[in-house]
Design a protein around this ligand. Structure first.
Ligand code: IPE
Ligand code: IPE
Ligand code: MG
Length: 236
C-alpha cells in the first residue's frame, strides 16, 4: 500500500454490541463488555500501521435515552477499561484524550478519565480520542458559544472568522479531520458523530457487529480506503 494511502486519522462508530449479545442469548451488557476487545485490536492496528489518530464513539449525547441500568453498565465498563488498559496504553506511547462533555459523567468515571489522560498526556505515538457524551451538534454549539463570547469581549471580529477558527474550538482540535469513518453493525448513518470534521471523510460500512471486529477487518477497511480517489469537489 502506498504511504499516502494510509489514513492519518480513523474514526469508528462502534455499533452492534447489543445485537451481538442478543445473538448469544445474553443481556446487552455482555456485548458492551465484549466490545472492549476490538478497541484493543484497533489501537494495536493503528500503532502497527503508523496511524496517528484513532477516535472511537463510546457513548453519544443521545444514548442517555437508554434505560439507566444500561447506561450504568456502559459507564462501569468504561471505567474498567481505563484502569485495566492505561498502563499498557502508556507503555506503548498512546495518548488518551476524551472528547465530549465529561463533566456530567459519574464521579468514578471522571476520576478514571483524569487518571488515564494525566498519565498518558505526554505520549505521542498515537492519540486515542474516546468520544463519550459526545454529539457532533453539541461539539459545534460549544465552539459557537466560545467564539461568540470572544466576539462579545472584542477579541475577535465575526467577519474575519474562518473554518479553521471553528475547527480549532472543536473537541478534536490538534487531530486532522478523519480520513475515514468506519461504522460497524449494518446501519448506514452518522448518528451525530463528527459531523463537521467528517465533511470529506470516506465512509466505510460493515454488517459485522463491533465485538466481532478483527485486525483483518480493519485491514480490509484500510485497503478499501487506499482504493478511494479523494477529490474534495475537484477533478482527478
Ligand atoms: C454501540 O452498540 C454501543 C453504544 C451505543 C454505547 P449498541 O448498544 O448501539 O448495540 P446495538 O446497536 O443495539 O446492537
Ligand atoms: C451510535 O450508535 C453511538 C455509538 C456507537 C456510541 P447508536 O446505536 O446510538 O446509534 P443509532 O441510535 O442506531 O443511530
Ligand atoms: Mg446501536
Amino acid at each position: 500500500m502506498e504511504e499516502g494511502k494510509i489514513p492519518k486519522h480513523i474514526a469508528i462508530i462502534m455499533d452492534g454490541n447489543g445485537r451481538w449479545a442478543k445473538k448469544q442469548g445474553l443481556a446487552r451488557g455482555y456485548g458492551h463488555r465484549e466490545g472492549m476487545k476490538p478497541v484493543r485490536r484497533a489501537v494495536e492496528f493503528c500503532r502497527n500501521k503508523g496511524i496517528s489518530c484513532l477516535t472511537v464513539f463510546a457513548f453519544s449525547t443521545e444514548n442517555w435515552k437508554r434505560p439507566a441500568s444500561e447506561v450504568n453498565i456502559i459507564m462501569g465498563i468504561l471505567r474498567e477499561y481505563l484502569y485495566s488498559e492505561t498502563p499498557e496504553l502508556n507503555a506503548n506511547g498512546v495518548k488518551v484524550r476524551f472528547i465530549g462533555d465529561i463533566s456530567v459523567l459519574p464521579q468514578e468515571c471522571r476520576e478514571a478519565i483524569y487518571y488515564s489522560e494525566k498519565i498518558t498526556e505526554k505520549n505521542d505515538s498515537l492519540t486515542l480520542n474516546i468520544a463519550c457524551n459526545y454529539g457532533g451538534r453539541a461539539d459545534i454549539l460549544r465552539a459557537v458559544k466560545t467564539l461568540a463570547a470572544k466576539a462579545v469581549q472584542g477579541d475577535i471580529e465575526p467577519e474575519e472568522l474562518t473554518e479553521d477558527d471553528v475547527s480549532a474550538e472543536l473537541y478534536t482540535s490538534g487531530c486532522p479531520d478523519p480520513d475515514m469513518i468506519i461504522r460497524t453493525g449494518a446501519e448506514k448513518r452518522i448518528s451525530n458523530f463528527l459531523i463537521w470534521q467528517g465533511a470529506y471523510s470516506e465512509l466505510y460500512f460493515t454488517d459485522k457487529l463491533w465485538p466481532d471486529i478483527t485486525e483483518d477487518d480493519l485491514e480490509e477497511a484500510v485497503q478499501w480506503y487506499s482504493e478511494r480517489q479523494r477529490r474534495y469537489g475537484g477533478l482527478k
